[in-house]
Design a protein around this ligand. Structure first.
Ligand SMILES: C=C1C[C@]23C[C@@]1(O)CC[C@H]2[C@@]12CC[C@H](O)[C@@](C)(C(=O)O1)[C@H]2[C@@H]3C(=O)O
Ligand SMILES: O=C(O)CCC(=O)C(=O)O
Ligand SMILES: [Fe+2]
Length: 329
């Protein structure tokens, strides 16, 4: 009789077939140096809820420095990494995503971030010989990505022709804003080498926040769902950022922008490392359609809620759940 161990059972439950679809050439690219950036960004959010940003001004060396620190962290012995865990929801986690039974072929580090320099304390949980250079790369990276998010959200307001220009960006860049940073590592899976199988790295979901700014190494895996429900693979680009519109942005625009459903399918061959800054509003912030965007007589599609209420409900849900469904009128 063959007795399967818990790790073997976990792995079996994550195996998928067949291999992911070919790379999609239609991902919208917003070149921030071009005068049409604001318009392109609005089109992309309406059609996909997702776009790639180029000419963003963040040095690729900074991205690589943080990636190298992350790789070093993930190469530590499990006992060391587990000193930064278990993720509840912050800290180091392995395979278990969230508290409601979701699993993925991923290990990760989740940190709480605010723009107030004194509140970087969760980063104290970072372990390892190079914790200090890790922290300094992280601080520099977060501040650069925060500026990028502000720029993108201001362009969004410009493209939507609403004022003031910072009406969306100020929600996520105030001192009280609820930012989260996530490092994900999808390791190779030697058992699958040479097979036609892939693995659920991070199951399908939408992000609850306003926007999420993602950077990954050059490994494939990220997939987005199009309006017709089909899934396509996003070609990786380690020099660019990918931006997801989240549930809160869908509500702020009364459904005009799509909160994109996405997932990671790990190919089991190469190691994927991604870093994502999730931009959430302050906990007490009311999330409702921006009055500037409402046409005459237009009604909100959603019930009233604060970010605190939405986040609490989201964290009780499973990854694939339609979290906004609970708040639709
Ligand atoms: C299963 C879950 C993981 C998650 C919290 C949740 O209950 C539902 C939302 C998930 C998500 C998706 C986007 C981000 O990765 C995340 C940090 C977030 O804010 O919402 C995760 C949560 C998590 O991993 O804790
Ligand atoms: O790791 C990735 O590329 C995406 C992961 C993701 O969607 C998430 O952490 O919310
Ligand atoms: Fe996500």
């Amino acid at each position: 009789m063959v007795v399967l161990t818990d790790p073997a059972l976990d792995l079996i439950s994550l195996i998928r077939s067949p291999k992911p679809p070919g790379c999609f050439s239609g991902v919208p690219v917003v070149d921030l140096s071009k005068p049409d950036a604001a318009a392109r960004l609005v089109e992309a959010c309406e059609e996909f809820g997702f776009f790639k940003v180029t000419n963003h001004g963040i040095p690729v060396e900074l991205m690589r420095r943080l990636e190298a620190a992350a790789v070093e962290f993930f190469s530590l012995p499990t006992v060391e990494k587990e000193k930064s865990g278990p993720a509840k929801p912050l800290g180091y986690g392995n395979k278990r995503i969230g508290a409601n039974g979701d699993m993925g072929w991923v290990e990760y580090l989740l940190l709480a971030i605010t723009s107030k320099p004194s509140s970087y304390t969760p980063m104290d949980s970072l372990r390892g010989p190079s914790a200090c250079s890790f922290r300094s790369a992280l601080k520099e990276y977060l501040s650069a990505v925060r500026k990028l998010a502000s720029q993108v959200l201001e362009l969004m307001a410009e493209g939507l022709e609403i004022e003031p220009r910072d009406v969306i960006s100020k929600l996520v860049t105030s001192e009280a804003s609820d930012g989260i940073f996530r490092l994900n590592h999808y390791p190779p899976c030697p058992v699958l080498r040479g097979s036609n199988y892939s693995l659920t790295g991070f199951g399908e979901h939408t992000d609850p926040q306003v926007i999420s700014v993602l950077r990954s190494n050059n490994s494939t895996g990220l997939q987005i769902s199009l309006k017709d429900g089909s899934w396509v693979s996003v070609p990786p680009d380690e020099e660019s950022f990918f931006i997801n519109a989240g549930d809160s942005l869908q509500v702020l625009t009364n459904g005009r922008f799509r909160s994109v459903r996405h997932r990671v399918v790990a190919n089991g061959m190469e190691s994927r490392v991604s870093m994502i800054y999730f931009f959430g509003p302050p906990f007490a912030e009311r999330i409702a359609p921006l009055p500037q965007l409402m046409g005459e007589g237009e009604k909100s599609l959603y019930k009233e809620f604060t970010w605190d209420e939405y986040k609490k409900a989201a964290y009780k849900s499973r990854l694939a759940d339609n979290r906004l469904g609970l708040f639709e009128k």
